[in-house]
Write a protein that binds this ligand. Structure first.
Ligand SMILES: [Zn+2]
Length: 103
């Protein structure tokens, strides 16, 4: 298989993966982004190994925690720092987001 073909197949797989991920998002991209920004904020309390701050955020923004949590778990987010480390890594990379820092 030549390089160009290999590259185009890879790109196709990536696009499909991205579309599936986007379709599976339980929250809008913008909401997820503000969740990540909040978890990553300067002076945020250290993770207590639960999803306390994530749940609090979801409540505050009127989202159904029970619907969002399994999705976070599925992407490796079992506590606040894992949401930031694993979920952000996965969806942030695919969707090409950047955290708003200092805004
Ligand atoms: Zn943690």
């Amino acid at each position: 298989m030549d390089k160009a073909r290999k590259k185009s197949l890879k790109q196709k797989a990536r696009n499909r993966q991205r579309a599936e991920l986007e379709a599976s998002l339980p929250l809008s991209a913008q909401t997820l982004k503000s969740l990540f920004s909040e978890l990553d904020a300067d002076g945020a309390p250290p993770c207590d190994h639960t999803l306390t701050r994530t749940r609090e955020f979801l409540h505050r923004h009127g989202h159904d925690v029970a619907a969002v949590e399994p999705w976070l778990n599925q992407h490796g987010g079992f506590c606040d720092c894992e949401v930031l480390a694993n979920v952000y890594d996965e969806v942030g990379d695919l969707l090409g987001w950047h955290l708003d820092r200092g805004t």
